[in-house]
Design a protein around this ligand. Structure first.
Ligand code: AMP
Ligand code: MG
Length: 402
């Protein structure tokens, strides 16, 4: 069996390409820029005043000096006069500066007497309260680079430079099939032998939270033909996730159904707890491909496999280069006995106190125990092999993004 790292390498070696597209500025938050973006304007577009006050020649400013007010310029207007010695132009914040003005005295430092203004400060530095044309942005300059994550702040910048159709990477389309004769929809009360399909909603929510366009294709019964029909639809997506049906049970039909559709198996099973039965393959044609993940049916195994293997694929296809699971270290708050020959990613609670990080593996009752997961915000990592990790030992922890 291959290791987690080998599995990840094999998956990344088959990664589908990022696809550039355009989206409306109002929908762009969370996307990654697919191209450098240039400004089509200077900002400010002209020399402007940063305050409400009087544009002056800096050398005229002295305590109690009286200057003649030539005109008043509001934001949105342009000055018609230029400053000459012993003159001032009243100006509002953001309005264009009159030619020759070398400073703006704040209105709070003045008093007004009809067409005269009296200055109440000793001196002023040239350029005080002035922002010169193009000091923030200049026309043709690259303002945001390819690979930038668009946050609300970037939306404001893009609006300023007139980029309303934003070049971004297209989020991958992802389909989910939950397999199992025992499954009923979450809206139904399970009858004897039945359980609710929790993986479908869990995986859809996870995929959406990592930025995929996720769609649930519902429950696929453990019947070759009906499962095959659903898989045919799922293979139209960039990523197809199946949950259940990849272990060694007689009704574990997923690998055979995928084989029937020509999906090439890249690996099946790996050294991982929980998640050993993971299946991964690719369906390729000349112009497109579908990456197919058969996740184990147990909800906790499904979650761990999704976080370790599917989330990074979604990230890369969206153009993101950051890691989706942030690794850190923390001190155990209790002894932990690791057993077996598979590395374990154990649901755990990570807390921080006085600048120190602590990790508490939860009282997890096996990979079907979803309830315990609600207390988890991390996966505690333990290497393969029988080993007692004592209370206080520092271990690796992967944060589950919230
Ligand atoms: P399987 O991998 O199909 O053998 O399923 C393993 C275990 O996970 C079984 O106990 C299933 O009932 C459970 N399981 C499978 N699919 C789901 C699902 N969609 N939601 C919740 N539990 C599931
Ligand atoms: Mg099953």
């Amino acid at each position: 069996m291959i290791s987690v790292d080998q599995a990840l390498q094999k998956i990344m070696a088959r990664l589908s390409e990022c696809r550039p597209t355009e989206c409306m500025l109002s929908n762009s938050v969370g996307h990654i820029l697919a191209e450098d973006v240039q400004s089509d304007i200077d900002s400010p577009p002209y020399d402007k005043s940063l305050v409400d006050g009087y544009a002056v020649l800096a050398e005229d400013v002295k305590q109690d000096v009286v200057l003649e007010v030539l005109e008043e310029v509001l934001a949105g207007q342009t000055p018609t006069k230029s400053i000459h010695p012993k003159a001032a132009i009243q100006i509002m914040t953001g309005a264009p500066l009159p030619p020759d003005a070398s400073a703006v005295v704040m209105v709070e430092q003045t008093s007004r007497d009809q067409q005269k203004v009296i200055i109440h400060q000793d001196t002023i530095q040239p350029e005080a309260n002035i922002m010169r044309q193009a000091t923030s942005l200049s026309q043709g300059e690259t303002i945001l680079s390819q690979g930038t994550l668009i946050r609300p702040i970037e939306v404001g910048i893009l609006a300023e430079i007139g980029c309303t159709n934003v070049p971004v990477y297209q989020p991958p389309k992802l389909a989910i099939i939950s397999t199992g004769d025992e499954l009923v929809q979450a809206t139904t009360t399970p009858q004897a032998g039945q359980i609710r399909n929790s993986n479908g909603p869990l995986l859809q929510a996870l995929a959406t939270s990592f930025g995929a366009e996720a769609q649930s294709l519902g429950i696929g019964l453990d019947n070759f033909e009906t499962l095959s029909d659903l898989v045919a639809t799922g293979l139209e997506s960039d990523i197809l996730i199946l949950s259940g049906g990849v272990s060694a049970g007689v009704k574990d039909l997923v690998p055979a159904v995928l084989d029937r559709h020509g999906v090439e198996q890249v690996f099946h099973k790996l050294k991982l707890k929980p998640g050993k039965p993971l299946w991964f393959g690719v369906l390729s044609s000349a112009d497109r491909q579908t990456m197919v993940f058969g996740l184990p049916g147990n909800p906790v195994s499904s979650l761990v496999c999704f976080l370790l293997f599917v989330a990074p694929v979604i990230f890369r296809m969206r153009g993101k280069t950051s890691e989706c699971l942030q690794e850190t270290t923390a001190c155990l708050t209790a002894d932990f006995q690791q057993r077996g020959d598979r590395p374990t990613y154990f649901p755990a609670q990570l807390t921080e106190r006085n600048g120190n990080r602590y990790v508490t593996p939860l009282a997890w009752k096996g990979s079907a125990d979803q309830r315990t997961l609600s207390e988890a915000n991390a996966l505690a990592f333990f290497k393969a092999g029988n080993q007692l990790y004592p209370n206080g030992e520092e271990i690796s922890v992967f944060k589950i993004p919230s």
